[in-house]
Design a protein around this ligand. Structure first.
Ligand SMILES: CC(C)(COP(=O)(O)OP(=O)(O)OC[C@H]1O[C@@H](n2cnc3c(N)ncnc32)[C@H](O)[C@@H]1OP(=O)(O)O)[C@@H](O)C(=O)NCCC(=O)NCCS
Length: 194
């Protein structure tokens, strides 16, 4: 993290990761880096999730959504980690409908991802597009692998990961979750783009 001339923390946001597409005709969705100013729309996004999606994203609800947690989610050190938002305009207001992120491990060769799409927008290819992009960024940054912990009851996410080529294993620390891992090659652009 850097400090600007006012002495405030300034997170350097990569500019070249934005793109727009139409998952349904006439509705443009923008994928872009998640910003610190997104804290309120991130709060609305998480509180609008169905109990099931929230349960799946937060691994059974072990994580409490506090202001501190939201600020942590939206303050991304892009020199190490990545967080992508899917956003659209509804009645002149920007609304968040998806977040895909990874956090770099301490040793710096592997990263752990998390992904969630707003319930009303699931099943329209947005998760796939975001995951492709996230995998592409991790590959371009030379990371060796990307992994995640998925509740073993989350069949949809496990199917989703299988289609993307992830391998499955037991999480050594918690058997209620399945660890999904994808080995990366440098320069990989994401499974559907190669
Ligand atoms: C799992 C999740 C991220 C998938 O995102 P999505 O945008 O709904 O998925 P997509 O529309 O991109 O679909 C990707 C694939 O999943 C399949 N899929 C989509 N909806 C599905 C459903 N309801 N049931 C089974 N498969 C489904 C699609 O067939 C698609 O496969 P294809 O590319 O071969 O057609 C999303 O449903 C979600 O946020 N769920 C709740 C939170 C969660 O479980 N996060 C994972 C925590 S580790």
């Amino acid at each position: 993290m850097e400090r600007n001339s006012d002495g405030q923390d300034q997170v350097l946001i990569p500019e070249d990761l934005s793109e727009s597409f139409e998952p349904i005709v006439g509705q443009s969705v923008t994928l872009r880096p998640l910003r610190r100013e997104d804290v309120d729309i991130e709060a609305a996004f998480l509180s609008g999730l169905s109990p099931e999606s929230r349960h799946n994203r937060l691994l059974g609800g072990m994580i409490k959504i506090t202001r501190e947690y939201l600020e942590q989610l939206t303050t991304v050190d892009f020199s190490r980690d990545m967080a992508l938002a899917a956003a659209l305009m509804l009645e002149d207001r920007e609304v968040l409908i998806g977040v895909a992120r990874y956090v770099l491990e301490a040793e710096g060769r592997a990263c752990e991802f998390a992904l969630v799409i707003a319930d009303a927008w699931q099943g329209r290819g947005i998760g796939r597009r975001m995951m492709d992009k996230l995998i592409g960024v991790a590959g371009n940054r030379g990371l060796a692998r990307i992994y995640g912990d998925v509740l073993s009851t989350n069949r949809h996410m496990l199917d989703f990961c299988r289609k993307l080529g992830f391998a499955f294993s037991r999480n050594p620390d918690d058997h209620t979750v399945t660890r999904v891992t994808l080995e990366l090659q440098e320069g990989r652009q994401g499974p559907s783009l190669v």
